[in-house]
Design a protein around this ligand. Structure first.
Ligand code: NDP
Length: 331
């Protein structure tokens, strides 16, 4: 028998308003950057997506280049949609894609031109067998294209109905302000910003979060587990089955420094005292901030996903815990 979504899928997941928009996103969203490409086990990915939806994860994040090979995560996700989410189930999903990084050869296959963004979304829609995505992002700021051109491309895409909302990813605080102002003038508000944010990478606290709050833009934090470092997996070496050991993984073994492991061990102690795994505490630590709409996790197994979902059982911290965490992170 095929997949039948759980009838309990909306019982536990909190949904948070994305900035000042009408769109609610699950507190935890699933990204398909790793583990869903043509080099990966399709059935494993399919089980993760099914389990996610059963737990109330309605938001799935993709990009043109996710794989490897680039594009194959969208192709695989399109197949999963056909197999498991027929008919009106599409209306229960918020699917995003992006363009910005290197996708095809020649001068029109990356960055932020109108030519690239519009062509890339058309390719993504074909791969996913969709008429529209819910959110389309400019994946990175392009210093050599007028920001007006990039934002006008997003506006066109939304007005054509190929995306319902526009977003930006990894733009600085200053560029975010400029982008949001242009989009507002065009009549397509900036729905969401997708920055990297975790206990180990806090650049957004240097101004971006304030801009997002001021402009009423939602924030979805990517790599909230620092690609797996903020879990218990690297505390005693680098396991064979891990992103750092995977030749297709973006995380490098050189990222797992002894200093970092020492800090992770200390954080793990605090997590234990809270009756949480380190991963659960790392997600809860982000979710305690009202300005975070969602944490955008990855998972290579259903077990990891389940472990991460349990972070929602405790997202509050005592001031002592927060102080102790701050002092470890400041080391
Ligand atoms: P995470 O920081 O959540 O890392 C996920 C990885 O950590 C998993 O694939 C797994 O790796 C490991 N992991 C997860 N949970 C556990 C657990 N409970 N115990 C042990 N290990 C665990 O996020 P990602 O770096 O995967 O990024 C998430 C999403 O963010 C992407 O899929 C993408 O959608 C988005 N993103 C956006 C970017 C942008 O530029 N806008 C850039 C990067 C990501 P393993 O088991 O293989 O070691």
């Amino acid at each position: 028998m095929g997949y039948i979504p759980s009838v309990n899928r909306y019982k536990t997941m909190p949904y948070k308003r994305c900035g000042k928009s009408g769109l609610l996103l699950p507190a935890i969203s699933l990204g398909l950057w790793h583990n869903f490409g043509s080099v990966d086990d399709f059935e494993n990915g399919r089980k993760i997506v099914q389990r996610a939806f059963d737990a109330g994860i309605t938001h799935f994040d993709l990009a043109n280049n996710y794989g490897p090979i680039a594009g194959s995560a969208e192709t695989n996700f399109g197949k999963m949609l056909q197999l498991d989410f027929p008919g009106n189930l599409r209306d229960e999903l918020v699917i995003s894609s992006k363009a910005g990084y290197d996708m095809w050869p020649g001068p029109y296959g990356e960055w932020g031109s109108r030519k690239y963004l519009i062509a890339s979304l058309d390719q993504s829609l074909k791969r996913m067998q969709l008429d529209y995505v819910d959110i389309f992002y400019s994946h990175r700021f392009d210093p050599n294209t007028p920001l007006e051109e990039t934002m006008m491309a997003l506006d066109t895409i939304v007005k054509q109905g190929k995306a319902l909302y526009a977003g930006i990813s990894s733009y600085s605080a200053t560029d975010t302000k400029r982008a949001a102002d242009i989009l507002k003038q065009l009549g397509t508000p900036c729905l969401i910003h997708q920055p990297r944010y975790s206990m180990l990478d806090r650049w957004v606290e240097g101004g971006l979060m304030d801009v997002l709050e001021e402009y009423g833009i939602g924030c979805i934090a990517f790599s909230p587990l620092a690609q797996g470092m903020l879990t218990d997996k690297y505390l005693n070496g680098i396991p064979e089955k891990s992103r750092a050991a995977n030749p297709n993984g973006y995380l490098q073994t050189s990222d797992i420094t002894p200093e970092k492991v020492e800090r992770l061990k200390q954080l793990n102690q605090i997590a234990k005292q809270r009756d949480q795994s380190l991963a659960q505490m790392a997600l809860a630590w982000l979710l305690k901030d009202k300005r975070i709409t969602s944490v955008l996790i990855g998972a290579s197994s259903v077990e990891q996903l389940d472990n991460n979902l349990a972070s929602l059982n405790n997202t509050s911290f005592t001031s002592e815990e927060l102080k102790a965490i701050e002092s470890i992170l400041a080391e």
